[in-house]
Ligand binder design. Structure first.
Ligand code: AMP
Length: 414
């Protein structure tokens, strides 16, 4: 079986797949690691459990996961040896990792070197990988990066207009995120349309609590809305998205806000929450707008406007689009937002079939009318499945790596 692990700063999500990846046999999440109120939600088959306990760190979280997977009542394994490979998510692979890789000591050192690029996320990812390797030392571990899909962006799309030395010496550039989701969704879009993804120009709208709009031409990411960090592009639940960076100097020097305060405001108090004053959740904001709340209506209008603007920009980047693809929490669940976004894009051949849109939630669906110039799709994302697929793909070559690591090896070193 294949185990996938996704460590956040205070959480650990896991899924256990059958070896052919057709079934999720167990899954769960450890929340509030190292905080008060730590707990585990675990399910396997029909069994569901909730455990409140003290969980000091990611190491002890991982040990509880293994205990649950082996538990005689609510477990899914009789022997830990049934786990044949482990796939890990990492947020930032810098410009070092252009694809997922098998974990080696050298890879961990390189991942650590990327930590300044994602100081909140990469340390948790590293901890998870190290602990998993300690508990499961004899199986291949694979790491999948949120940034690697976007490494195909050309320099004209990923270099910022700052002095070149910041790019050359400090690796300051557009990286992009949600790459694992965008890669999965691009493949699924090809499947829904029955066409090779290599022949398609897609704009993927990953609209969740975080938002990425991605231009995918021929299966490769060619431009993306997030940048050096997870901030730019469309306004999100609590993040402002694009605004004039000159404003930061104004907030600092005229309004006398200090940098940590500005950062908190931009990341945690802005976006849907900051405009609506009601919620960071699109469901609440739309409901309040319907009930007449004008700031909520403005928040929805701004969100829709920003997505549409980004789609138009990416159509220009690719010289047109073949399909507009909606995914993640808002994209998969809100016919209303999908219709609002599509309503301004008729000039690109985008049309929506109202009934197909209403019926199209949470499953792969074509929601444009037959014969439309541009297809509109709902393509539910599944980052864990993408991690599991990469793990299977790369774990097969693990024995080669062991040969390379062996002092007797005749193969060249990595
Ligand atoms: P994600 O980050 O992909 O899990 O998406 C979470 C977000 O999806 C939530 O914060 C909600 O704003 C949004 N969402 C989920 N269901 C709906 C819905 N039915 N209508 C609008 N937004 C939704």
């Amino acid at each position: 079986m294949i185990l996938t692990i996704n460590c956040g700063s205070s959480s650990l999500k896991y899924q256990l797949y059958s070896s052919d990846l057709t079934r999720v046999v167990a899954k769960g999440m450890v929340s509030r690691i190292g905080e008060t109120g730590a707990h585990i939600d675990h399910s396997a088959g029909r069994e569901r459990i909730h455990q409140d306990m003290v969980i000091a760190d990611h190491g002890s979280a991982f040990r509880h996961v293994i205990d649950n997977l082996l538990h005689p009542e609510w477990g899914a394994l009789t022997d830990i040896g049934l786990i044949t490979a482990v796939g890990h998510r990492a947020v930032h692979g810098g410009d070092t990792f252009v694809d997922s890789v098998l974990v080696t000591d050298a890879v961990l050192r390189q991942l650590e070197a990327c930590t300044p690029l994602a100081p909140l996320h990469n340390p948790a990812n590293l901890l998870g990988i190290e602990e998993a390797r300690r508990l499961l030392p004899d199986v291949p571990h694979v790491v999948v990066f949120d940034t690697s899909f976007h490494q195909t962006m050309p320099p004209s799309a990923h270099v910022y207009g700052l002095p070149y030395r910041f790019y050359g010496e400090h690796k300051i550039r557009r990286y992009g995120f949600h790459g694992t989701s965008c890669r999965y969704v691009s493949g699924l879009a090809g499947e829904i349309l029955g066409r090779p993804v290599e022949d398609l120009r897609l704009v993927v709208c990953h609209l969740g609590n975080g938002v990425t709009i991605d231009a995918v031409a021929g299966g490769r990411s060619v431009d993306t809305s997030m940048g050096f960090g997870t901030f730019s592009g469309v306004m999100m639940g609590t993040r402002a998205g694009d605004f004039d960076p000159g404003l930061i100097f104004h907030l600092h020097s005229v309004l006398k806000l200090d940098m940590p305060e500005i950062e908190r405001i931009c990341y945690k108090e802005s976006g849907l929450l900051g405009i609506s004053g009601v919620s960071n959740d699109m469901r609440d904001v739309v409901a309040a707008a319907d009930a007449g709340n004008e700031r909520c209506a403005l928040a929805v209008d701004m969100f829709v406007h920003m997505v549409r603007k980004q789609v138009g920009a990416f159509a220009a980047v690719m010289g047109g689009i073949d399909a507009l693809v909606f995914t993640a929490g808002i994209g998969e669940n809100s016919p209303y937002i999908r219709a609002r976004i599509a309503a301004g894009l008729e000039f690109l051949g985008v049309e929506i079939d109202a009934q197909a849109n209403a019926d199209g939630n949470r499953k792969p669906a074509l929601i444009s009318p037959a014969g439309a110039r541009t297809a509109v799709l709902v393509a539910p994302t599944d980052e864990e499945m993408m991690i599991a697929r990469d793990t299977v793909r790369l774990a097969g070559s693990a024995h080669l790596l062991r040969l390379q690591d062996s002092p007797l090896s005749l193969l060249p070193a990595e």
